[in-house]
Design a protein around this ligand. Structure first.
Ligand code: KG4
Ligand code: ZN
Length: 342
């Protein structure tokens, strides 16, 4: 990277789901400002994200967040100081993506600064790159969030190979649904993770889905149903639900499934640099299991960069910009943009 590139400031904007996030990144790694406005409290009463509502909240949040991020980064003249506006353009909720992309276009036009639409999943991969400069391709990244469960081979930055994904529910979605059945708040992952710490992972024999299958494929719907059926059965018998034990046993089954397929991907590709990303990458059991794999070089993003954030979007955008990628003002968000079909 030359000196000019090292000093480029990228404004990153993320609004694919329920978090509005803005960051200012210097070069590929130095975080000058990072802000996030979570809509979680607004969606809790509904037990999930309401797309129309999310889009309206992004609309309210973007400009104040951007102004504050620029102030914190010491940017008083964005026309001269900002070198790139990078924005999540998919996959995600169409209304939410539209708000971010329209805001980014407006800023790019007003400041006369280049614009780049970033794939949200490439962003998740770059959450690792920002925190671990030594992470270079080829490496594996397992993206595990509320909407995704995919194992990706990063051949080189910009070239991604899909190795396998889920047939039905995403891992985070299973966490959220099991939590709901237990009467726990949304999002369920962090709560189940916390309660699992004081439970017995062997109390219930929930099966790790597709563990024996020779394919890199996940399925969490059956596991979720088996946990929910068990909860209902205990309730119908009038007994108290051992919540911690249910959480620990469910978590063990999910972690087992994720680790089994990640090992398979590593064996099939011969790649031993392994990273994870997405909300479920914050999970304690998953992180511990990865760190126990002695044959691997393991990269874990800090917990706050596992979930959606704008630093990862700015970093992925900056790298793509250096590779020569550009977007025009005709950029259209794609709610189902597949990274490997870029
Ligand atoms: O990446 P993310 O913020 O948003 C999506 O793109 O989906 O991931 C949110 C998901 C939710 O399903 C949440 O329950 C889950 O990640 N999650 C966790 C943990 N923290 C968040 N799941 C398990 N353990 C955690 N500690
Ligand atoms: Zn995400």
């Amino acid at each position: 990277m030359n000196r000019a590139e090292e000093t480029v400031l990228t404004l990153g904007m993320e609004s694919s789901c329920d978090d509005t996030a803005v960051a200012v990144l210097r070069g590929g790694r130095i975080v000058e400002a990072e802000l996030l406005s979570s809509q979680l409290d607004d969606h809790i009463p509904f037990g999930g994200v309401i797309p129309e509502f999310a889009a309206r909240r992004h609309l309210e949040a973007f400009l104040p967040l951007t102004e504050e991020a620029l102030r914190r980064a010491g940017v008083s003249d964005p026309r001269r100081q900002i070198g790139l506006v990078a924005v999540t353009a998919g996959p995600g909720l169409m209304g939410s993506l539209l708000v971010g992309v329209m805001a980014a276009k407006a800023l790019s036009l007003a400041w006369n600064v280049p614009l780049l639409g970033v794939n949200h999943l490439e962003g998740h991969i770059f959450a690792n790159v920002v925190s671990s400069p030594e992470l270079v391709p080829p490496f594996l990244c397992m993206i595990v969030s509320g909407g995704h469960t995919e194992i990706v081979l990063v051949k080189k930055f910009g070239t991604y190979v899909f190795l396998g994904g889920t047939r039905d529910d995403a891992a985070g979605e299973a966490y959220d649904k099991v939590a709901k059945a237990l009467g726990l708040p949304y999002p369920g992952g962090p709560v189940v993770d916390r309660l699992a710490a004081s439970g017995n992972p062997d109390a219930f024999d929930f099966p790790a889905p597709l563990k024996g299958s020779p394919e890199i494929v996940f399925s969490f719907s059956g596991l979720k149903t088996s946990v929910i059926t068990r909860i209902k059965k205990i309730r119908s018998e009038g007994a108290a639900i051992p919540i911690e034990d249910v959480c620990a046993s469910f978590q063990k089954a999910v972690t087992d499934a994720l680790m089994t397929k990640l090992r398979l991907a590593s064996r099939q590709t011969g790649v031993r640099s392994v990273s994870i990303s997405g909300g479920v990458a914050a999970n304690t059991a998953l992180r511990e299991s990865l760190l126990n794999e002695k044959e691997w070089n393991v990269f874990l993003p800090p917990r706050n960069r596992c979930t959606d954030n704008a630093v990862m979007i700015a970093a992925a955008g900056f790298a793509a910009f250096r590779r020569g990628e550009r977007s025009g003002l005709d950029l259209v968000p794609d709610p189902s943009w597949e990274l490997w079909k870029k």
